[in-house]
Design a binder for this molecule. Structure first.
Ligand code: FAD
Length: 501
């Protein structure tokens, strides 16, 4: 391998998604004289634009697909290589690309992202949504579809069921409530009416200071219908291997073949047992057709709740698998249970001089009690940036400390057209029964949940325009004892910002 090296770069970064691009930007700005290479499979790169620091840990930004030349113009010492990495040889410090070239590195950062975990491989009726290509394929298939089955309960499934119109949606979730990755059952109950109508509902505030998640958990199945006028969307698609990010559906019309607008049926606490083609279903003597699957459909899905649904296709939105394969062979990376490359508090993998950032890695340092990894856009940026900082610092033999952004989990997004802010252990993650919840809810307007442990705020879910994010972030960060305030903390008649200033 040694003598096949075309060139050795000081830094090589693999992957033109947010993590890789941010890492390259950080390296190139910190050491402008360094020779940096970005090796990426897709023709475009993802760039962060309109970055806004909303508070100490909350950030908002847009993501743009850009031709890679934009980055090369900005950083004269950067070389972009458009080819997929086929193999990595950590002993000889080089990578081989699909087009047969070999590049040496002094330090390498793997930012190859993740891909959808599909229910089944190579089934033409099962789609995953990851990049612009797969989103386009989904849109094309949807335009001819009358019924689809969406499986999964994370962010992508949540967005899809809300956005898809003109097509019946059967939504299979394994939990007792929708959106389990982000919410508890109470928040799910707050959001569910949005599937019935998109009209803003004005209602009197109802204060429910304490509740248990069991109390609010729905069971069985629910059907919602809504009248929503179709929306026209603008710009056209491009291709890239990077994961889509927030607002990925805004450029594409998600309309099915029917005139009806939204019609979503949720099947709770079930998973997919089997997927049949119509031929297989009719040949199988033990299959009894029930009302859900009457009609001729190209594919049928049997759920573990014993219902079988016929549909045009299935969307598998059940999480992601880190893209580690090309890097593992012949090396001794420690891989985490979720399939990611384990990284320490300097974003270093178990192989010397190899770092990893974004969806491909799993954070394995001793984490702050208020932070957890989630494969999200913001964390891809933060990890890419921090990996770049660590690589530069190590090259210059400078010390570097874990960045403050890993102190507190924070995320701003939109679900069902509501602003959603998640802070800390927003779902009581890892706290066991040793926590208390305070909730304030105004139907159709806002849902505020605070997680308290030992009288201190450790997490919050803010849905709607609550304007509480900064105050709550401070209360979480300063770990003030809030016992004296009790339920007054969420009293809508008290201006909490003034209270704690
Ligand atoms: P990616 O963006 O996946 O980039 C990986 C890069 O590596 C790509 O350029 C790819 O071409 C390249 N690559 C892969 N393998 C190789 C190889 N062998 N050689 C060379 N190059 C390679 N997050 C949010 O925070 N909010 C959201 O609303 C949100 N919505 C989402 C909606 C969808 C449909 C999807 C799929 C994801 C969504 N996410 C969202 C998650 C978010 O997009 C990811 O967490 C983020 O993009 C991860 O960035 P990354 O740079 O680690 O990986």
């Amino acid at each position: 391998m040694e003598n096949k090296k075309e060139k050795t770069f000081q830094f090589v970064v693999v992957g033109g998604g947010i993590a890789g691009v941010t890492c390259v930007e950080q390296l190139s700005s910190q050491i402008p004289s360094a020779d940096v290479a970005l090796i990426t499979a897709g023709p475009h790169i993802k760039a962060v634009t309109n970055y806004k620091q909303v508070s100490r840990t909350l950030e908002e930004f847009d993501v743009e697909e850009q031709p890679s030349g934009v980055l090369e113009e900005k950083f004269p010492n950067l070389t972009i290589i458009h080819s997929a990495v086929k193999s990595l040889h950590t002993k000889s410090h080089c990578v081989e690309t699909a087009d047969g070239r070999v590049f040496g590195y002094k330090k390498l950062c793997i930012c190859s992202g993740a891909r959808p975990k599909l229910l089944t491989q190579d089934n033409p009726y099962v789609l995953g949504i990851r990049d612009t290509d797969s989103a386009q394929e989904f849109q094309k298939r949807l335009s001819k579809a009358k019924r689809i089955v969406i499986v999964g309960n994370g962010g992508i499934a949540l967005e899809l069921v809300y956005e898809v119109e003109g097509c019946e949606v059967i939504w299979a979730v394994k939990d007792k409530a929708i959106g389990n990755t982000f919410f508890d059952a109470g928040a799910a109950q707050f959001l569910i009416p949005s599937l019935e109508a998109d009209k803003p509902q004005a209602a009197a505030p109802c204060k429910r200071p304490r509740y248990t998640t069991e109390e609010a958990a729905p069971g069985g199945s629910h059907t919602f219908t809504a009248d929503r006028s179709s929306q026209a969307y603008g710009h056209g698609p491009t291709d890239s291997g990077s994961a889509l990010g927030p607002d990925w559906h805004e450029g594409i019309a998600l309309r099915g073949a029917e005139q009806v607008s939204r019609r979503v049926s949720v099947e709770y606490q079930c998973e997919v047992e089997k997927i049949f083609t119509s031929e297989e279903l009719h040949k199988s003597p033990q299959q009894t057709l029930r009302t859900e699957c009457v009609g001729d459909w190209p594919v049928y899905v049997r759920l573990t709740n014993a219902k079988t649904f016929g549909c045009d296709f299935v969307v598998s939105a059940t999480g992601v698998v880190p893209n580690t394969e090309p890097f593992l062979q012949g090396n001794t990376f420690v891989v985490a249970d979720d399939g990611g490359l384990q990284v320490d508090d300097h974003m270093m993998t178990s192989e010397p001089d190899v770092y990893a950032a974004g969806d491909v890695c799993t954070a394995c340092w001793e984490q702050s009690p208020l932070w957890q990894q989630m494969r999200l856009w913001t964390q891809a940026r933060q990890m890419g940036w921090y990996a770049g900082r660590c690589m530069a610092a190590h090259s210059l033999s400078e010390p570097v400390e874990l960045d403050f952004c890993f102190e507190l989990f924070s995320h701003i997004t939109k679900f069902f057209n509501y602003k959603v802010v998640l802070l800390g252990k927003f779902n009581g993650q890892g706290l066991g029964p040793d926590h208390e919840l305070l909730v304030r809810c105004t139907k159709g307007q806002e849902y505020v949940k605070v997680v308290l442990s030992g009288g201190r705020m450790v997490g919050a879910v803010l849905i709607g325009e609550t304007d509480l994010e900064e105050t709550f972030e401070n209360l979480i960060l300063n770990q003030m004892d809030l016992t004296p305030y009790g339920e007054e903390l969420l009293n809508p008649d008290i201006d909490i910002e003034d209270y704690f200033d």
